[in-house]
Structure formats: structure tokens, C-alpha cells
Design a protein around this ligand. Sequence first.
Ligand code: MN
Length: 197
Amino acid sequence: MPITLPGLPYEKNALEPHISANTLEFHYGKHHNAYVVNTNKLIEGTDLANKDLEEIIKKTSGDASKAGIFNNAAQVWNHSFYWKCMKPGGGGKPTGSIAKKIDAAFGSYEKFVEEFKNAGATQFGSGWAWLVLKDNKLQVMKTANADTPIAHGIKPLLTVDVWEHAYYLDYQNRRPDYLSTFVDKLINWDFVNSCLG
Ligand code: MN
């Protein structure tokens, strides 16, 4: 079974004015698609060819000789997850069980926001900021380049892509503004709640 590019959960202009259709044309149509194409090329004819995406990621994580496969496969997974973390009219304070868990783990929604944005802003170079469930506790973490919590047995609940290709067309070098907009206007808390279930 080849790895496939999942459809976007909304139209390419649906996140405007916060993330432009132009950004999604490149980010989804070019970058995400290229990770899919590259993964399929690299696993063709190997014992990973008939494995599902999560298995490919887990089997190649930490193996320097398989870094190319890991990087592409993990980026396929991370991007598919990232699109679902956003929705038009999203952002702001969550409701449901994630709201209670955030208060319990961080003290308040505001403290969580501070920690999450700080993780994204301080990830040096390319990578991702995450809200994860680790040892049954909510935590904020960041990963470099393609690295992903699922390679480490940690359950992702929310992510924001802080590679420059995610924000440069709309925000240029203002990564903190992109992060604030992501939190205030885009997070799909319904999806985050569904990940808890
Ligand atoms: Mn990206």
C-alpha cells in the first residue's frame, strides 16, 4: 500500500486571513505532497514497502542509515496531523475535557498558551511545538526538523509547524505573530478533544 496524501479538511482559502491560500498551495500542495512522493520512492522494494506510516516512522527512528525515510515519513505524518489541528473560526479558550486537563496541568489556559508559544518561538531552526500526553500527563514539548512524538511513544494532541515554509509568505520572519494567531484564531479544540478520547 503506497503512502497517500490525505485531503485537506477545509478549502485552501478557508483559513484566510490568518493563513493564506497561497501558503497552503505551497505548504500542502508542494511540501506535504513532496514528503509523500519521497517516502514512496524511498521505501519501494524494501521491507518497509507494505508497512503503514506509523510503523515506518517507528522502525526508522534513530537509525542514521534510514534518516531519509524517517524524515520524509515523519513529515507526512506531522503535516496530516497539523492540518487537523486548525479550523476556520478556531482558537481561543477550549471547552470539554481538554479545558479541565489544561487547567490541571498548567494552572490556567493562559499559562498553557505562554508555554506553548514559547516552545514554538524557541525551537531553533525548523521543527514543531506540541501539546502531548506523556505518562498520562499533559505536557508541552518541541521537536527539531521532522522528529515527532509518535517516534518516542508519546501521544500528540496538538501541533504547530514552525518551519519557515509554514509562515514566511504570510508573516515573513515574525514567527511569534504566527504563533499568536495560531493560538487565538486557528486551533481546532474539537479535534484536540477527539485525540483525548
Ligand atoms: Mn511544514
